[in-house]
Design a protein around this ligand. Structure first.
Ligand code: IMP
Ligand code: MG
Length: 189
């Protein structure tokens, strides 16, 4: 059965596909392999950043070939709007302690860098063995804060994107590709 989700013409508000399903799959698999090699001598705790990171987390975890654990945090920096407020709040904290653990933060996208910067700060104070970062996407724009990302899936233009976990006003998260949201759509909503 052909999924209606896969036909971009059926989604009002989307401009074009930026990264298709196959390209995502291949890149995430390659990241999984690379990261598995890095953690060959110490089991990592993957910390997914909700909600946008849930699809990437799920595919990345399954593309890794080593034992690992998974936990999630939810932070809010956006509300429903497409512009960052700079204010970050923890909406859901981790279920377990991270002291002495090797942690890998799994984030959907780095835009201003504010969210990750805040998260790293919070987690660092809990004394993990080390902290690494993987982001599926990184926008090509002057950053508000600089974050040291260890692995990036794709560098993308400074546009608002949705799909593969990413939303606009709660929508589009289940699209199997990453698409550019049309600026008119964001403005008119
Ligand atoms: P920051 O500006 O780097 O702090 O990004 C904060 C969060 O905003 C990201 O984790 C995403 O959840 C969300 N975000 C930033 N850019 C986009 C986008 O283009 N599409 C959807 N969500 C975005
Ligand atoms: Mg996010």
């Amino acid at each position: 059965m052909t999924s209606v989700l896969r036909d971009i013409r059926l989604h009002r508000g989307l401009e074009r596909i930026l990264i298709d399903e196959e390209t995502l799959r291949r890149r995430v698999d390659a990241l999984g392999e690379e990261i598995s090699t890095f953690y060959a001598d110490g089991e990592p705790l993957l910390i997914g950043v909700l909600t946008g990171g849930f699809v990437f987390m799920s595919d990345l975890a399954r593309s890794m070939s080593i034992p690992l654990s998974v936990d999630f945090m939810a932070v809010s920096s956006y509300g429903d709007a497409a512009n960052t407020s700079g204010v970050v709040r923890i909406m859901k904290d981790l279920d377990r302690t991270v002291e002495g653990r090797r942690i890998l933060i799994v984030e959907d996208i780095i835009d201003s860098g504010l969210t990750l910067n805040y998260l790293i700060d919070v987690l660092q104070r809990r004394k993990p063995a080390d902290i690494r970062l993987v982001a599926l996407l990184k926008k090509d724009r002057p950053r508000t804060v600089d974050v040291a990302v260890d692995w990036v899936g794709f560098e993308i233009p400074d546009e608002f994107v949705v799909g593969y976990g990413l939303d606009y006003a709660g929508k589009f998260r289940n699209l199997p590709f990453i698409a550019i949201c049309s600026p008119d759509f964001i403005r008119d909503e």
